[in-house]
Design a protein around this ligand. Sequence first.
Ligand code: TXA
Ligand code: MG
Length: 315
Amino acid sequence: MTDTLRLDASPDGLATAATLLRNGKLVAFPTETVYGLGGNALDDRAVAGIFAAKGRPSFNPLIVHFASLEAVREYVEWPDMAQRVADALWPGPLTLVLPLRAGAKLSKLVTAGLDTLAVRMPANPVARALLELAEVPVAAPSANRSGRISPTRAAHVLETLDGRIDAVLDGGACDVGLESTILGLAPRPRLLRPGRITAEALTELLGRPVVERKDTDQISAPGQMSSHYAPNAHVRLNAMDWQPGEARLAFGPAESCDLNLSPGGDLIEAAANLFEYLYRLDATGASRIAVMPVPHVGLGVAINDRLSRAAAPRD
Ligand code: TXA
Ligand code: MG
């Protein structure tokens, strides 16, 4: 057990967090998507520590976070398509998977042996300030025990990682609330994980179809294992009615419910609330959470992706 320091997003808190990171410690920090569990991506012990703290299978590679494009380009090959996407969407809730540069000095554990690297430049101001001060690339998966709900508040991080990490930097609630969209560009554009930036938006930007991966595809995004984001309670999807004893999670107009992702049916609001509401309903001790249908369009695709993983059979 480690005493997990609580830091606020003041200049002192940021400076402490950056020093800890540079020295190989593990620091959870806010991004606009979810909280990340950061470690120095150049330091094998720090990266191994991330896997240990999360209880994550080490074949599952990590996203590396950067403060600037110049820094990103030291580590990955950078085709024109990447520049086009970055010009339009970075900093922001989008991760790119690109060929790892020969000779890049990252810890080998980050990529779990793949020859590609997932890179991201977050927009959240606390994340940006931290990455600038840290002056090292920061590997960061979502700051939760493996398979559990991703955190959108510092309190969620502490729920599963208190005593297992060195610090949490509290930057309040995450705006987007779902993990970044992952776009593979090596070599063809492929959507590896849906998110706030939709396949439609990427297709329009690139002027060519961005296809969603199929579960049977032999693509290396092992984090896309089906059971994920799982609350303790079992999750029943597309509920058209409520059964006795269920915690009731509504979307849009609803006669009765415990929580409503968005009474007005707004997908952006629903995404921002999703993980917080799953944490809250789980905390009631209910054995089952029923969720009303969420339309499978635009951001609804990413919401339904997370919901179906939360509902997937567990081992
Ligand atoms: O919003 C986010 O992306 C958050 C914040 C903290 O940045 N991070 C996040 O990380 O969601 P994580 O580790 O929970 O999910 C990373 C996903 C996994 O599904 C992993 O398999 C995939 O990215 N991934 C990482 N490197 C990859 C690679 N080289 N090729 C394909 N998929 C990769
Ligand atoms: Mg995760």
